[in-house]
Design a protein around this ligand. Structure first.
Ligand SMILES: Cc1cc2nc3c(=O)[nH]c(=O)nc-3n(C[C@H](O)[C@H](O)[C@H](O)COP(=O)(O)OP(=O)(O)OC[C@H]3O[C@@H](n4cnc5c(N)ncnc54)[C@H](O)[C@@H]3O)c2cc1C
Length: 465
């Protein structure tokens, strides 16, 4: 349906593939983690994959796509978990991983080309004693721009907050999708426009992120005899800003028993709290564990635990991936437990399904307050079962983002306002960038629908002068 041969004719030396297997593979991300997305996105395929390796090559692709009005979906490592990088209207998948390399490290910030793997950014920063403040659990195969465009936070968020918290992305260089593409440097609050917009309003070329000192981290799995003891510990640990940590992930029994790699580390019936603690904070950490009625069941330097992957690969989105190895029907929601009623809301949600479905959550900072994000792991039966759980959680004051939909509005982690609409229109006047993910015409918005009646995560309005 698109004039792909004419498009190819304009590519010059830009690498591309129309091999059906390559195109099909690059048209997918990790959306199959959701039974609902498996149904709605299966079979959506691009017409061509292009792999620019310089900014000028990105511009060549953009000029040709605009001329022929072909949609472009930017793609990093393809680890997105809501189908954000699926080309719902076909067209071009623009894989950015060849536009890679760290541009500079210094003064506590790193600047890297968009397609640089997050693990490579960390490896370069570590040479001078620094590391990324935040990284996703997919660090080894996610790009830095994919993290900013598709992610929300992760390791480090229990110390530094979410990606959307001011100061956690310091700058980015982006390209518009027009006959003659413009290149802009966004700084300050303007980076929020592109963060978590799923590549629907700009193509990131370079990003700049703040660094933190690279401590010697220890991976500690703590066992608690019941979930609420673990929750009180996790919340307190997050609030202790002097205790340096990188993850707090609580997983109720029998989640640990479902994860082959972690089975047997904590005693039967115990909740496990997976943490990463800076080695100089271990003495105070161990004292806190004791005060809260737990015991450290496993403590090893980062990457040296008696399990095959780094401990963070058993938390956040990876926790679901791990339990799906036991049963692919497991699924979850993305509830945000509110700071102003944190432990009571966790307790209410826990009590309702105690002994039936185990809870998993990460505890971290958002807008200067400690919150928790997670839900029960459930065996998927029907959309109604999921909707009932959404209703229950929202009834307990938990805000729920729809992690079974691919549109920015449905997922509801980004707050969208008139600035976003104006930015999208100016950067992508022909609505060619990742269509269907964040459109601003009424018809498209209705078409993308809401599978689950989630109201999205709630964020406080920032105070202004
Ligand atoms: C098992 C698992 C665990 C996860 N854990 C976490 C976690 O801990 N924290 C977290 O925040 N997320 C997590 N995620 C989701 C997260 O979005 C990705 O892991 C990762 O950050 C995305 O990077 P990527 O390079 O793979 O991007 P992709 O999947 O390729 O793309 C993600 C989005 O970014 C857009 N994009 C990519 N490159 C560009 C660019 N140069 N310019 C503009 N847009 C672009 C794409 O169009 C797409 O919409 C997880 C996902 C899975 C499957």
């Amino acid at each position: 349906m698109y004039p792909i041969q004419d498009f190819i004719g304009a590519l010059g030396a830009v690498a591309y593939s129309i091999d059906p297997i390559t195109v099909r593979t690059k048209s997918r991300d990790y959306y199959a983690i959701s039974p609902l997305l498996r149904n709605s996105l299966g079979g959506k395929v691009a017409d061509i994959v292009v792999m620019p390796s310089t900014v000028e090559e990105v511009a060549i692709v953009v000029r040709a796509a605009v001329k022929h009005r072909i949609p472009i979906v930017p793609r990093g490592g393809g680890t997105a978990n809501y189908g954000q990088s699926v080309p719902t209207l076909g067209g071009i998948v623009m894989e950015m991983t060849k536009l890679a390399g760290v541009v500079s490290v210094g003064g506590g910030v790193v600047r890297a080309l968009a397609g640089t793997m997050a693990s490579d950014v960390d490896a370069v920063a570590r040479k001078s004693g620094w590391e990324m403040r935040l990284h996703p659990s997919t660090r080894s195969n996610a790009t830095i721009a994919g993290f900013i465009a598709g992610g929300s936070g992760g390791m480090g968020s229990c110390q530094w907050g979410m990606l959307r918290d001011r100061g956690n992305i310091t700058g980015m260089c982006v390209m518009s999708v027009e006959e003659e593409p413009r290149i802009l440097e966004l700084r300050g609050k303007d980076v929020e426009l592109v963060h978590h917009a799923y590549g629907s309003n700009a193509i990131m070329l370079e990003v700049e992120m703040p660094l933190s000192p690279a401590w010697d981290w220890r991976e500690c799995i703590v066992a608690f005899p019941d979930f609420m003891k673990a929750a009180r510990f996790g919340v307190q640990l997050a609030r202790e800003t002097g205790v340096l940590k990188k993850i707090i992930s609580l997983q109720e029994w029998p989640i640990n028993d479902w994860m082959n790699d972690l089975r047997g580390i904590v005693p039967p019936g115990h909740t496990m709290a997976n943490t990463m603690i800076a080695s100089q904070c271990m003495e105070i950490f161990e004292a806190m564990v004791k005060e809260h009625g737990g015991h450290v069941a496993s403590s090893h330097p980062e990457g040296n635990g008696p399990y095959p992957s780094p401990l963070y690969e058993y938390s956040y989105g990876h926790a679901l991936k791990q339990v799906q190895k036991a049963n692919p029907k497991f699924t979850a929601l993305q509830g945000m437990f509110p700071a102003n009623n944190l432990l009571p809301s966790i307790e209410a949600v826990h009590r309702r399904y105690a002994g039936q479905m185990p809870l998993r959550m990460e505890i971290f900072w958002s807008q200067g307050e400690v919150v928790a994000m997670g839900s029960h792991f459930i065996l998927y039966e029907s959309e109604k079962q999921m909707s009932d759980l959404v209703d229950f959680m929202q009834g307990e004051g938990v805000s729920v983002a729809n992690n079974h939909a691919s549109g920015v509005r449905e997922v509801g982690i980004k707050v969208i306002d008139d600035r976003d609409a104006a930015f999208k229109r100016s950067m992508d006047p022909y609505n060619l960038l990742n269509p269907g993910k964040m459109d601003f015409n009424d018809e498209e918005v209705q078409k993308s629908g809401h599978v689950l009646a989630t109201q999205g995560w709630k964020f406080k309005q920032a105070a202004s002068a």
